[in-house]
Design a protein around this ligand. Structure first.
Ligand code: NAD
Length: 481
């Protein structure tokens, strides 16, 4: 017998323990070679005063096994609790969130019978780093961070996933007509990496019209890769319109560790009644089996499950008079799947898993970091100011230049207000004063400039250095300029 793979298992809260028992029972009956180690996470741990929801000792198990099968948990009401998913994702660098959304027409009601989409969401960057500031009375700031290595590995993961799952196309969703630097980089990296996969079709959409198309005609898409925020929103939209929120599983993949779960929550009102549908967690476990190198078992489990759905054996949440044949509880559903291990669906398309996608190593990515020439050419100085008309601000700032570093313009919320501002432009107390030089400047010049700014009585709230990379500006131009 093959060696068993240790996995860390959390039974979670609400319906969690029931659907976890059913899931483990099914995959072990189908021949999964696993050795589960149980840890406690969730509500009870939170209520013991541990804000992460995970006992410190439980991390040891995760570090050892590097594979986490997690049932849903209940986050207690009230503040002060950290999201277990976010903590796990950040601690273990789980950079890829993979979410298949599939319709099972005509057995489960759906508006999109042919839908079969996998969303690959970048999981660590974008506005989700949580770096936020209050800078003035009026203004909050959230930093959107998109890196080249972060984009490279998520895009490469999407193409590798497509290739190993026999999918034909990878689509990129971005908003680079507006966010030319951040989303522009993601798009550029997508175009570069797509060239390495000539066997897979590729295309890019602006996320607004792409999202509309996804909601209207999801069968037009296969694998879609996107930055964190769009992926968070659209993976829920995709699961909902497939008609299968309760049936969808999800994988969070990192270089070292991976976490697998259902996308639904702990459904506390259904707990302890043998009612819950274990399918979402089971689909998470199928993704796990592929990940730990047991694709044949994953194939057997998934096909037996498809056959069960097709045979009309349904839990209450998907039961429909006239379509379903038998309403069953959690345990009976699990037994029905086990009885079909070795069978394939006859109307739905059978699955066949092969290898797990190769996860690119970040060291490989860092090694070929570009050798660009980086030159400091200016600085944006942000000011908290609420004392009058923007022309007055411009007149005062004009006098602050240092050694060729001259005020070029002032903007408010991205709109240019000086020189030649228009009285109609709405302004807040948050101003950006851009100083540019004809040539390369030093940090000392910036420090001298800032001293002049404070001497004149202004409150500068932050600066952003302006660099050229190989002569190309690494900063956005200003609208109206
Ligand atoms: P939920 O997903 O638990 O429930 C939404 C609805 O779907 C309910 O009507 C529920 O009965 C039904 N449902 C969900 N899963 C089902 C299943 N497997 N079988 C049958 N019916 C099912 O969402 P919620 O009610 O908003 O959240 C409940 C709790 O779950 C909250 O404490 C929330 O914080 C937590 N939650 C946890 C996770 C997670 O651990 N990954 C994810 C989402 C929500």
């Amino acid at each position: 017998m093959a060696n068993k793979t240790p996995i860390t298992v959390a039974h979670g809260d609400g319906i969690g323990p029931e659907i976890m028992d059913a899931t483990l029972h099914i995959i072990e009956a189908a021949g999964a070679q696993i050795e589960p180690e149980t840890i406690e996470v969730g509500e009870k741990v939170y209520l013991r005063g541990i804000t992460t929801g995970v006992e410190p000792g439980a991390w040891e198990s995760l570090r050892r096994t590097k594979v986490f099968l997690k049932a849903p948990i209940t986050t207690p009401q009230g503040g002060g609790y950290k999201s277990l998913n976010v903590t796990t994702r950040v601690t273990f660098g789980l950079y890829a969130n993979v979410r298949p959304s599939v319709a099972y027409d005509p057995f489960i009601a759906t508006k999109h019978p042919k839908m079969n989409v996998v969303i690959v969401r970048e999981n660590e960057e974008d506005t989700y780093t949580g770096i936020e500031y209050r800078q003035t009375h009026d203004m909050m700031e959230s930093l959107k961070l998109i890196s080249r290595p972060g984009s490279e590995r998520i895009v490469r993961y999407a193409f590798e996933y497509a290739r190993s799952n026999n999918r034909k196309k990878v689509t990129c969703f971005v908003k680079d007509n507006i966010m030319k630097q951040t989303d522009g980089l993601f798009h550029k990296v997508f175009d570069e990496i797509a060239k390495e996969y000539p066997d897979i079709e590729n295309e890019s959409w602006i996320v607004d019209i792409g999202a509309a198309k996804l909601a209207d005609t999801p069968e037009a898409f296969d694998v879609i890769v996107m930055p964190n925020l769009y992926g968070d929103i659209l993976s829920d939209v995709a699961a909902q319109i497939a008609g299968s929120v309760g049936l969808a599983g999800s994988a969070n993949i990192g270089e070292q560790c991976a976490m697998f779960e259902a996308i639904h929550g702990s459904a506390p009102r259904r707990a302890g009644q043998n009612l819950a549908n274990p399918s979402g967690l089971l689909m998470g476990a199928v993704l796990m089996l592929v990940h730990i190198g047991q694709p044949e078992v994953a194939t057997r489990v998934h096909n037996a499950w498809l056959r069960t759905i097709e045979d009309g054996i349904h839990t209450y949440d998907i039961y429909k008079e006239g379509v379903s044949k038998q309403k069953v509880g959690t345990k009976e559903f699990a037994e029905a799947v086990i009885a079909r291990v070795g069978q394939e669906p006859q109307q739905l398309t059978p699955v066949k898993y092969s290898s797990t996608p190769k996860v690119p190593d970040s060291r490989e990515i860092k090694e070929h970091a570009a050798q660009e020439k980086k030159e400091l050419v200016g600085v944006d100085v942000y000011i908290d100011w609420n004392k009058g008309n923007f022309n007055e601000l411009g007149e005062q700032f004009k006098t602050i230049s240092v050694d060729g570093l001259k005020l070029q313009l002032i903007s408010n919320r991205g709109a240019r207000v000086w020189p030649n501002g228009m009285a109609e432009t709405f302004t807040t107390d948050h101003w950006r004063c851009r100083f540019l030089s004809d040539g390369v400047i030093t940090h000392a010049q910036i420090t001298a400039l800032l001293n002049r700014v404070t001497e004149k009585g202004f409150d500068f709230i932050k600066i952003e250095n302006l660099y050229n990379f190989d002569g190309q500006p690494g900063f956005s131009s200003v609208s109206g300029a």
